[in-house]
Design a protein around this ligand. Structure first.
Ligand SMILES: NC(=O)c1ccc[n+]([C@@H]2O[C@H](COP(=O)([O-])OP(=O)(O)OC[C@H]3O[C@@H](n4cnc5c(N)ncnc54)[C@H](OP(=O)(O)O)[C@@H]3O)[C@@H](O)[C@H]2O)c1
Length: 336
């Protein structure tokens, strides 16, 4: 049998287990042009929450009654697709279930993941997967920090943010991370190598930001939006670059997606919204660099692992509570 979490209704605010039906369905098999995958890990991403909402977005919202859409990592059990064999580790949109019947193509396409590295498989959901590739192209291709410049990253202790700051440092920039709480700020500086950290949950966070960027901000890697983004806009230097990666403060329907166009105009800022699905053809090139840097010990990572498919809704809320450091995954089954 195949245990699945199907979307029962559209959540309001935080998700709850009651927003899903837990269904035991027949496992099925691989038909022509399909592979059957045993799911090992789910990638828990802020975009999961967006996919549940009936709002305009980059993919259709998940239908009521459908298996919840989610990226993940699994092991091929049966394959009728050339290039994929039983035993391969694969990444793709496996969904919140134990077994997935998948076809190649589409956004987040079925992709083989190397088995022959010393890295744990779930690394290919985080630093060597979508999060790392997002940080890589957002920081290196869009922000292009230069030596001596100041780069600010919001959501800095999360999966994308923890990597983005390190990549800014690789370019010789001063990296300033914004995250919630003193412990996360300690991790930013001591583990991820940020030059300074701003605790946005502290009363004096605006003063902390001012002190952390004495020469203003040249580059902003934006993951959050809302008042934090506005405050950084107010510190940007003329001609600064912004990679608009995410606006998590608004994904639960509470915060705002609005920006300060006065600051954008006055400081002649370059804002580049981007989505990693547009970088599919360059995915492998980024992954090769990211894997090498991790294996060399140059790029540091942290992962937060939650056990059990049924805990996926709780895990998603952890992103909004800031209860993760680095990549958040749900382990569905033991590694093959
Ligand atoms: N454009 C793309 O292709 C792309 C791809 C992947 C991800 N993203 C975006 O990148 C961002 C980060 O994603 P991720 O997967 O790396 O998640 P993550 O950063 O690992 O987790 C989300 C973090 O956001 C912070 N947060 C949550 N609500 C907040 C709020 N209201 N105000 C300030 N901080 C808040 C929390 O940290 P604190 O404890 O610091 O609050 C939490 O740990 C998201 O906006 C996501 O949508 C975009």
């Amino acid at each position: 049998m195949n245990v699945q979490l199907r979307l029962k209704r559209r959540p309001t605010g935080r998700v709850s287990a009651d927003d899903f039906d837990r269904v035991e369905a027949p496992r099925g098999g691989a038909g022509a042009g399909e592979v059957l995958v045993r799911v090992l890990y789910l990638s828990i991403d802020p975009t999961n929450r967006v996919w549940m909402a009936d709002v305009p977005q980059y993919m259709p919202p998940v239908g009521i009654g459908d298996v919840m859409r989610g990226a993940g990592l699994g092991e091929v059990v049966e394959s009728n697709v050339p290039g994929f064999s039983a035993g391969d580790l694969v990444f793709g949109l496996v969904g919140w279930q134990q077994f997935a019947v998948m076809k190649p193509g589409g956004p987040f396409p079925l992709t083989k993941v190397p088995r022959n590295t010393s890295l744990p498989p779930h690394t290919f959901l985080g630093v060597c997967g979508p999060s790392g590739v997002t940080a890589y192209y957002g920081m290196l291709d869009i922000c292009k920090p230069q030596a001596g410049e100041t780069a600010v990253v919001t959501g800095a202790a999360g999966s994308v943010g923890s990597i983005a700051g390190q990549l800014a440092k690789f370019q010789g920039a001063r990296a300033v991370g914004i995250a919630g709480g003193p412990e996360k700020c300690r991790v930013l500086v001591e583990e991820f190598g940020y030059d300074a950290a701003v605790d946005y949950k502290a009363q004096d966070w605006r003063q902390q930001l001012k002190a952390a960027v004495p020469k203003g901000v040249d580059v902003l890697f934006e993951n959050v939006g809302g008042p934090i983004m506005h405050a950084v806009f107010g510190r940007m230097n003329v001609g600064g670059r912004i990679a608009l990666c995410g606006l998590i403060n608004a994904y639960n329907g509470e915060g705002t997606t609005q920006g300060d166009f006065g600051a954008l105009l006055g400081r002649r800022l370059h804002v580049h919204g981007f989505n990693i699905i547009d970088y599919e053809k360059r995915w492998a090139a980024a992954t090769a660099d990211l894997v090498r840097w991790v294996l060399e010990g140059k790029l540091r990572r942290r992962d937060t692992i939650v056990e059990g498919l049924e805990r996926a809704p709780d895990a998603l809320n952890m992103l909004f509570d800031g209860a993760n450091v680095g990549k958040l995954v749900v382990r569905v089954a033991e590694n093959a």
